[in-house]
Design a protein around this ligand. Structure first.
Ligand code: GLC
Length: 558
């Protein structure tokens, strides 16, 4: 049940004809909720059918799946825990996963407020006994899909309270809008009280900044609103303020010459030094998605309107920049290979002065004839050619990628299946860095040795993102294949955090077992594949207004 469209913008320039986010919020408020459900269903059906070059509801054998069966809303509400929903034979692993997820729930004064990162019994817990904002996202989606929004609402409100804390590292005060990386509920059995401890990066290993937390928070707020039809949470003055504070952090003017967001290393899922400082794709894609979600959720009062204008401008610049300069396919690769350097002025083709000699050997073999992807990072004389899963999937889900680019990303995943999926979906990035590069780039990090952890490790949590992206592009069969690969081992191995090795054959050397987002990621992937209408809560349709109008030199391939 979802209110599809909560467009508060009233701004014609941001409205797209086919976007399902363009209904006037205020008009929906006095309508009975079931009308919204019906409307959402038809929009989901429409967008899924029309937006997909390959129809998601046509099975691989070409037969149509039962439409009624897939979209019955009554099934959604009658879903009880793990068996009733789809009328399918309950899969043991699915049942086990739900049981495991429930065990990770964290309570604050009797209310569920999140899930801990891992139910790991080893001595070396580090901070895996905390609720991480990014880790909670797949848990939240699973609960929303299962008709249990309460925990998600509590989480949103709890983290909002934490945002207003005074945040300091030594004597340095952090920005007001910073959301925590994680928090922990401390229970005092004697006084029977609960207190909360939060980490904004001041305790984190390496003191890394959780830039992604605020973005995920906004994305989750939209997912909650869309899934439940409850617009009152997002409309709360505190939530509106929380959003404005997050946006103030990333829309502030400075010395930047690019619309992308400049970040320090370790600011997202890859929360250690891994050469992802600068303009990492993961953050740029989440930034884009959060801006689009905020556009839908912001109230059009004076403050909201002013922010809306800034968001719209930034989205145009950001989408142009990303689609033009971060995109790599065979033609673009060939153009870079032949780049001239040291070009001055506006006529420069090689705008960032990238040296063709910096092209790594592997990329020539990796690039398929059909296919492409968003680069890991683009800055002055810097192109990180590594492929990153999360950023590319979010680019598809947020429609930062054009439909052609989304299809190309899927083509690449299919062509490079062994490298990117192999024995366990999905590689967090490809390829690994080794030898001298590893020493310089990671600072000799023994956890991030080649093909391990963030350095080319395989992370089951990414399965939900891959599945959502596949459904959006109309190629659910790719997700189905990946899920089947995961099902061979994931439960048997005790839901590890990550796998090591070139094809992900080994349980990660320091991986936690019973890692919650591995469990939740699997559940979300399964539920989404069974009922693709769930996709709406985490996907945004293309906004035609954002199509690039200027063609870039000869290398622009769309
Ligand atoms: C590791 C991961 C990070 C995750 C945390 C908790 O630090 O790199 O992305 O949020 O574990 O699971």
């Amino acid at each position: 049940m979802s209110v599809a469209s909560v467009d508060l913008t009233q701004n014609d320039s941001v409205k797209s004809v086919d976007s399902d986010d363009n209904i006037d919020f205020s008009k929906l408020l006095d309508k009975p909720r079931h009308l919204n459900i019906e409307r959402q269903r038809s929009l989901d059906e429409k967008s899924l059918v029309e937006a997909s070059p390959r129809h998601p509801l046509i099975a691989e054998n070409g037969r149509h799946m039962d439409f009624e069966n897939v979209f019955s809303p009554s099934k959604r509400s009658s879903f009880n825990s793990c068996n009733a929903q789809y009328g399918l034979e309950p899969h043991l692993m699915f049942v086990e996963a739900w049981e495991a997820l429930r065990k990770t729930m964290v309570y604050f004064r009797g209310q569920p407020v999140g899930t801990i990162a891992a139910l790991d019994n080893s001595d070396e817990k580090l901070n895996y006994d905390q609720v991480f904002v990014r880790d909670f996202v797949p848990s939240a989606l699973a609960f929303l899909m299962n008709g249990e929004p309460e925990i998600v609402k509590n989480f949103i409100l709890k983290t909002l309270r934490l945002q207003s804390w005074e945040k300091k590292i030594d004597r340095f005060q952090l920005g007001e809008g910073v959301m925590p990386a994680s928090f922990k509920v401390l229970h005092d059995p004697v006084r029977n009280t609960d207190t909360i401890m939060a980490d904004f990066g001041e305790s984190a290993i390496g003191r890394v900044a959780p830039v992604d937390s605020g973005f995920w928070w906004i994305i989750l707020l939209r997912a909650y609103t869309k899934s439940t039809g409850d617009t009152s949470l997002a409309e709360m003055p505190d939530c509106q303020k929380g959003m404005r504070l997050i946006l103030a952090l990333c829309l502030s003017e400075g010395f930047d010459t690019f619309p992308t967001l400049l970040c320090a290393d370790g600011c997202s899922m890859i929360d250690r030094r891994m050469g992802v400082y600068g303009y990492p794709i993961e953050i740029q894609a989440l930034f884009f998605m959060a801006l689009r979600c905020a556009l839908v959720l912001l109230k059009q009062d004076d403050q909201g309107k002013e922010l809306t204008d800034r968001i719209v401008k930034r989205l145009h610049a950001l989408s142009f920049h990303m689609r033009s300069y971060f995109w790599l396919d065979l033609k673009q690769l060939n153009d870079i290979y032949r780049y001239k350097t040291e070009e001055y002025s506006h006529t420069a083709v090689n705008k960032f002065n990238v040296m063709p000699d910096s092209l790594p050997e592997w990329v020539f073999d990796f690039m398929p004839t059909y296919g492409g992807y968003f680069l890991g990072n683009v800055g002055p004389s810097n192109m990180d050619f590594r492929w990153f899963c999360l950023g590319n999937c979010i680019a598809i889900l947020s429609s930062l990628a054009t439909p052609e680019q989304s299809t190309a990303i899927m083509d690449l995943i299919e062509s490079r299946w062994e490298e990117l999926v192999g024995d366990m979906p999905v590689k967090v990035c490809y390829p690994a860095i080794e030898g001298h590069d590893w020493r310089i780039i990671t600072g000799c990090d023994p956890k991030n040795t080649r093909w391990s952890y963030h350095n080319g490790g395989s992370w089951p949590v990414l399965l939900w993102l891959l599945t959502a992206a596949c459904i959006k592009v109309g190629r659910p069969q790719i997700a189905r294949r990946a899920i089947e690969v995961a099902e061979l081992r994931l439960a048997k191995d005790g839901w590890p955090e990550y796998y090591d090795g070139k094809s992900g054959r080994y349980i990660g050397k320091q991986a936690r077992k019973h890692q919650t987002w591995s469990v939740a990621g699997y559940l979300v992937a399964k539920m989404m594949l069974e009922d693709p209408s769930h996709l709406g809560m985490i996907s945004l349709e293309e906004d035609k207004q954002m199509k690039p109008t200027i063609k870039r030199s000869s290398s622009w391939s769309f």
